[in-house]
Write a protein that binds this ligand. Structure first.
Ligand SMILES: Cc1ncc(COP(=O)(O)O)c(C=O)c1O
Length: 371
């Protein structure tokens, strides 16, 4: 495999985030044990990137040994959740190089989220440099098995010790890295619980931002999903409890028997997923009709019963493309298709992951080299 000669072939510089090496990194044997089938997000590498916002500017940029954060118990983030975050992956290609998928899109979404939470913007260049510096420091932690990669978690948080309900005047930026394998799978296929009564986001709220509070609101329905044998929740709109929006941590796609695709339109209450956007582009490129529109739960129930809907899948950075096998709620329990991964989900997953792992051309110039 060769690195593409497209503009995507540029390698990012991490110079703006100088490295203070961890004096006691994991031994080769410990690292290998930790990287053997890691549970998603439970294993962390030797370093983290960080920067500080004080006096109206970002400073103190660096990559430092992973350590607990020194935080005042009155830090505003602990009380009012003034925080935003991102999630993206670094992929090791067969030639050993390490790449990120559309990291500039994550940088821009972090800025959009920050704006909604009245948090100062982190410049795109700082975001990209922090990823490159961290991945270059912890390159040994990037797995090389197919489907595995290094999950990067950048976040911004209000650190000012203050119980006043107002935007803080100091913030921290941190990026951690975790080797990961597949996020969500089950031998019987993934079942989804439709949450009734509990909602994730309201009009005018923070649903389109990637911020901690949205996920806090999803914990109880997520627990209900588990209690009902499902691995994820599907949320309906808060106004009418009628239109499907998204899952707790991923977007939703439906495939119809005529080969067309539909996905809920971005209403301001849904996270604009980068995987969603990429899949729409790839499907349209191959000539499929993809409609971003309102989708009623009743349309899905009748479509599954009649066979008009042949596949449903979830998509997101962590989930990649996850075919769904059942849709359940208090008053129905429906198989999706024949319960096996369908051809559209299987095909688009391969197309996307082949680009991410450097096995296929990158027609949109999405891949950015980190190391
Ligand atoms: C609520 C929610 N929706 C959708 C997504 C998918 O977004 P992306 O494809 O950018 O990872 C995520 C994951 O980040 C999410 O947390």
């Amino acid at each position: 495999m060769t690195a593409p000669a497209s503009p995507a072939g540029r390698t990012l510089s991490g110079e703006a985030f100088p490295l203070t090496p961890n004096p006691a990194p994991a031994s080769d044997a410990d690292r290998a044990a930790l990287m053997d089938k890691p549970v998603f997000g439970k294993v962390f590498t030797d370093h983290m990137a960080r920067a500080t916002w004080t006096g109206g500017a970002w400073s103190d940029r660096g990559v430092v040994p992973l350590a607990p954060l020194p935080m005042h118990p009155g830090a505003a983030v602990l009380h009012y959740a003034q925080q935003v975050f991102e999630g993206l992956k670094a992929y090791r290609w067969e030639d050993g190089s390490i790449w990120a998928f559309r990291p500039d899109a994550n940088a821009e979404r972090l800025q959009d989220s920050a704006e909604r939470l009245a948090i100062p913007w982190l410049p795109v260049d700082d975001f990209l440099a922090s990823l490159a510096a961290l991945v270059q420091a912890d390159a040994a932690w990037v797995p090389d098995e197919d489907g595995s990669c290094l999950y990067l978690r950048p976040y911004l948080m209000a650190t000012e010790p203050s119980l006043l309900v107002q935007p803080a005047d100091t913030y921290g930026y941190v990026v951690t890295a975790s080797p990961v394998g597949a996020y969500m799978s089950s031998p019987d296929g993934v079942a989804i619980w439709v949450s009734r009564g509990y909602h994730r986001a309201n009009a005018g709220g923070t649903g389109a931002a990637k911020t901690a509070g949205n996920y806090a609101a999803s914990m109880l329905p997520q627990q209900q999903a588990k209690d009902n044998g499902c691995s994820q929740v599907l949320f309906l709109d808060a106004r009418e409890d009628r239109f499907v929006e998204e899952l707790g941590g991923m977007n939703l796609m439906l495939v119809f028997s005529d080969g067309s695709i539909a996905t809920p339109r971005l209403t301001g209450t849904i996270l604009p997923g980068i995987t969603r956007d990429s899949i729409i582009a790839l499907l349209r490129e191959e000539g499929r009709a993809v409609r971003e529109r309102d989708i009623e739960l009743s349309e899905i129930v009748s479509g599954l019963e009649s066979g008009a809907i042949t596949e449903m899948f979830a998509c997101g950075t962590a989930a990649v493309v996850t075919p769904l096998a059942r849709l359940k709620s208090d008053d129905f329990d429906l198989p999706i298709g024949d319960g096996q991964p369908g051809p559209v989900a299987t095909g688009i997953k391969k197309q996307l992951t082949d680009i991410q792992y450097g096995r296929a051309e990158d027609p949109f110039g999405w891949m950015v080299r980190l190391a």
